[in-house]
Design a protein around this ligand. Structure first.
Ligand code: PBG
Length: 342
């Protein structure tokens, strides 16, 4: 019976206060860390980067303090910092000079992401390079696929998403991450990659991606706000939890190697449910709005940045995420290294 009271449970086991004192194991840091259930390490983190064709080498994103749009050269510089603090992977987004109806720069062999991947893997072969596979940064209308009338045409978009993933694989990406929430996209990418000899390239599926207000700052950073309407026809309704399990099951069946829940903070319950049902590596995306929210409060002096960020990232791990994609990755890794050394 679920209604069993905690005090009854304790009584049934024959122990309670004053025999049991929960505070005993909290008395000192070595003791606390010995009984700590959840670990957060730099190697659990993935750092997102925006690579841009724009002329400015480092263009700050106003709504994301500390985040910049980067030239390929600057991306190399940041990647070095990423590796030096123990973060193993980056997630790349591209900001092209020109956009069109079909988002052709998304799958151009010499597109910005493709060039950045070549440069990064050339300089740092050990860096795990993950690429976001989507069209919204590349289409003139800002939607994640090809339009038919006012709707995104799912099946016509699949080929372009698959071609994008293939061009990333050819450039040397280790992992491709489809984020457009097109039905069947994982299967479409898997079969094209396999047909072209890239059966070793993994797919990180943005499996349960919600239509979230927390993507606002990202759309500033990537210039990818939809020109009309919103993304509710393809991204999930924030009210739905069971549906996330169906989304994940489908992506797993289509060949996903890793699965993602996005955003993270308002969806810790979804992370936890997915963790209980699936054994694949699970990734939480601590998205732009979650980052900016913390930044804004810490800049006001209302919250302590180090404490709140580490608490939030630990919560995502505790909910069941193996890995966390976060704009705070560099800061967090440095804080963790310092705490370890202290
Ligand atoms: C592209 C994409 C988005 C994000 C990741 N990939 C934006 C969106 O769906 O509108 C959001 C990431 C963030 O907010 O940090 N489809």
């Amino acid at each position: 019976m679920r209604s069993e009271l905690a005090s009854e449970r304790i009584a049934a086991r024959g122990a309670g206060y004053p025999t049991v004192r929960m505070r005993r194991l909290r008395r000192s840091e070595p003791l606390r860390s010995m009984v700590r259930e959840t670990e957060l390490r730099p190697s659990d983190l993935i750092y997102p980067m925006f690579v841009s064709e724009g002329r400015e080498p480092r263009r700050p994103v106003p709504s994301m303090p500390g985040v910049c749009q980067l030239s390929v050269e600057e991306a190399l510089r940041d990647a070095e910092a990423v590796l030096s603090c123990g973060v193993p992977a980056v997630l790349l987004f591209g900001i092209p000079e020109a956009k069109d109806e079909l988002g052709s720069q998304a799958y151009a062999e010499d597109g910005i992401v493709q060039r950045a991947v070549r440069a990064l893997k050339g300089r740092f072969p050990e860096l795990v390079v993950i690429t976001d596979v989507c069209m919204c940064e590349y289409t003139s209308h800002g939607h994640c696929g090809v339009l038919r009338g006012d709707e995104v045409d799912n099946d016509r978009s699949l080929e372009l998403h698959a071609l994008t993933a293939l061009s990333h694989a050819r450039a040397g990406a280790d992992v491709v991450a489809p984020s457009g929430m097109m039905d069947g996209v994982v299967g479409a990418i898997r079969s094209l990659l396999d047909a072209e000899g890239f059966e070793q390239i993994s797919i990180l599926a943005y499996a349960a991606k919600y239509a979230s207000g927390f993507y606002g700052p990202f759309r500033d950073a990537a210039g990818s706000a939809p020109a009309f309407g919103d993304r509710r026809q393809y991204q999930m309704d924030p009210a739905n939890g069971r549906e996330a399990l169906r989304e994940v099951a489908l992506d797993v069946a289509e060949g996903a190697d890793m699965i993602m829940v996005k955003p993270a903070l308002a969806y810790l319950d979804v992370i936890s449910r997915v963790r209980q049902e699936f054994d694949l590596p699970l990734v939480a995306y601590n998205v732009s709005g979650e980052y900016s929210m913390v930044k804004a409060a810490t800049q006001q002096g209302w919250l302590d940045e180090r404490r709140t960020v580490l608490e939030l990232l630990t919560a995502m791990r505790r909910a069941g995420a193996d890995l966390v994609i976060t704009y705070h990755a560099l800061d967090a890794a440095r804080w963790l290294i310092r705490a370890e050394g202290a």
